[in-house]
Design a protein around this ligand. Structure first.
Ligand code: ZN
Length: 583
């Protein structure tokens, strides 16, 4: 049995949801609760024990027990599986195959690369130069160990040779972005002459690397590319080590750079982590929010840093959260600040820091001369734009009062909902489905392993004539990439309309039997119907071509086309999946 099935059999979705402290109220044969994924006052989050699923009618999140844990913890499918296994002590047969093998190989490669990088740092010559660089930046040996820092030699085949000597899979090393293959097919090291910062997942597996040059390379920082393992917007640098300190202090500090994290950490300010060179994402905010009540932003003090700070504040407002912005007192970044002033001063400065709204107001009043009425109007409008990101009316009203007070204007000037209507329209309508399309989707959602047999039956023509063609493509490729349906990622890949459609079908999967032979018949008859639809489309297109040929009087062409049309007319379809599902 697949591990994921073993888990589903051993633990109910109700148990898993309850383990996160949600207060479940019975609702018929289901349960309802306040949704953990969006802010609400009346429950629209439902647990359906019968189909082992959950769905929220407020934010439209839905899925199975794995999707739930993935969203709660902001982790990938395999990590969610492992977490449930650990948490509920589920005895699973360890077996090869499945996702494990690939993830396991990735992690062996990353661990091997780390060995190479850390080994270099303790070497002589170039390694010594790298170690001296860290010493110059006041980084202690303990910090180097805590964060597993390393060094990539300044050559094209350093890691390459090391990997060869360990006979690891070269293609996987390229997939992970450790090695690069150019158009001539030459393979070489991505990281050269750089201090290496391994990036860990929340549970402590290496998922990527960051490198800072210590020579005069124009690219100061270089990161691993996004890979199946390394999704930048879902991770934070240092978080695996520092989240426990965020929990203790109930607050977290978000900075820009690797050195900011390790330097603050070394100076005893340990509740710190960095976004990974991308704009702050809701997923990253969610990570911080899980472990802290208060978030401080401590980005660089240059213009780019100020802009990133404002964007970060905006993202947090959208989550009904007002962060505080650390005042660097003119220092370039938190690393410089702590080295100059020390941790006590850092704590003091944090205590007196302004909140996000105040930061935005101050930044904008510097930009607009608010003594001039027209400029003041512009500033008010811009502040209003930010405040209206809050969708909790009580919180929003509170900040409107503060801003109106500051600018000495009426409160209604800030409430966009009372002047123009920004929150656009109603939610999209689902795609209209044929019965055969609905049944196929239901069956695939019920037993995704059928995808292995269905996908080869499809070609681009068939996808293009179905209402659910694009949706199916995305479902198939999601399954192909994860060897299971990863609803969390799938929902990100789908358009709003596709999401609603999938959601509608998902809600109805109890209509079909879970019996594999029934599902197989369902799929076969749906596929036959699809081929018939395609056939009709082909016939009608040939019909058009025949008409054209008749107008042109092209007898030869007409004869040829009629032949083809007859073949299509006589075409009978039979689809037999004929495979036993590996169970
Ligand atoms: Zn919700």
């Amino acid at each position: 049995m697949e591990t994921k099935d073993q888990i589903k059999r051993s633990v109910s979705i109700t148990d898993v949801v309850q383990s996160y402290g949600l207060d479940l109220k019975p609702a018929g044969k289901n349960y309802k609760a306040l949704c953990p994924f969006h802010t609400e006052k009346t429950p629209s989050f439902f647990i359906k024990p019968e189909s082992d699923s959950f769905a929220c009618y407020g934010c439209n999140k839905f899925g199975d027990v794995f999707t739930f844990v993935q969203n709660m913890e902001n982790i990938g499918f395999v990590e969610a599986m492992n977490l449930i296994i650990e948490k509920f002590n589920i005895p699973v047969e360890k077996k090869k195959g499945f996702n494990y093998s690939r993830e396991k190989k990735y992690s062996v490669i990353n661990d091997t690369a780390l060995k190479y990088f850390s080994g270099n740092l303790s070497g002589s010559g170039e390694g010594k130069k790298a170690a001296d660089y860290l010493t110059d930046r006041d980084i202690s040996q303990k910090t180097i160990n805590d964060f597993s820092l390393g060094y990539a030699l300044n050559r094209w085949d350093g890691l390459l040779n090391f990997i060869k000597s360990k006979s690891l899979d070269m293609d996987m090393c390229i997939e992970l972005g450790l090695l690069i293959k150019n158009s001539k097919g030459e393979v070489y090291d991505r990281f050269r002459g750089r201090i290496i910062f391994p990036i860990f997942s929340e549970s402590g597996n290496i998922i990527g690397f960051g490198g800072r040059t210590i020579s005069d390379d124009k690219v100061k920082y270089l990161n691993s590319p996004e890979t199946p393992l390394f999704i930048k917007g879902k991770n934070l640098y240092g978080f695996n080590i520092t989240k426990q300190f965020m929990r203790e202090k109930k607050s977290s500090i978000l900075v820009e750079g690797y050195f900011d994290v390790i330097s603050l950490y070394q100076h005893g300010i340990k509740n710190v982590s960095a976004s990974l060179g991308t704009a702050l994402t809701p997923a990253q905010i969610h990570l911080l929010r899980r472990v802290s009540d208060e978030i401080f932003i401590g980005y660089d003090s240059d213009n780019a840093g100020i802009e990133a700070t404002i964007r970060g504040i905006e993202r947090m407002f959208e989550q009904n959260l007002n962060p505080r912005v650390f005042n660097l007192k003119g220092e370039k970044d938190p690393d410089d600040f702590i080295r100059k002033y020390g941790p006590e001063e850092f704590e003091r400065s944090a205590l007196s820091s302004e909140d996000g709204l105040r930061f935005i107001i101050n930044t904008l009043t510097k930009k607009y001369d608010t003594d001039i009425p027209e400029k003041k109007r512009d500033a008010v409008r811009e502040v209003a734009k930010y405040i209206n990101k809050f969708d909790d009316p009580i919180v929003k009203d509170g900040y409107i009062t503060i801003a109106a007070d500051y600018f000495n204007v009426g409160e209604r000037e800030f409430d966009i909902s009372k002047t123009t209507h920004v929150k656009g329209g109603k939610s999209p309508e689902p795609v209209e489905l044929l019965t055969s399309e609905k049944i196929l989707l239901q069956s695939v959602l019920k037993e995704p392993s059928f995808i292995n047999m269905i996908e080869p039956l499809f070609n681009s023509r068939l996808y293009s004539v179905l209402n659910i063609g694009n949706l199916l493509k995305k479902i198939f490729s999601n399954y192909g990439a994860h060897n299971t349906l990863n609803y969390d990622l799938l929902q990100e890949e789908l358009s709003p309309i596709e999401n609603i459609t999938l959601r509608m079908v998902f809600d109805s999967i109890d209509e079909v039997s879970g019996d594999n032979s029934v599902l197989e018949q369902n799929i076969e008859s749906s596929m036959v119907n699809f081929f018939r639809i395609l056939n009709e489309v082909e016939i009608s297109e040939i019909g058009k071509k025949i008409k054209r040929a008749e107008r042109e009087g092209n007898i030869e062409e007409i004869r040829k086309l009629i032949n083809i049309k007859n073949k299509f007319n006589q075409q009978k379809y039979k689809v037999s999946l004929g495979g036993d599902l590996a169970k």
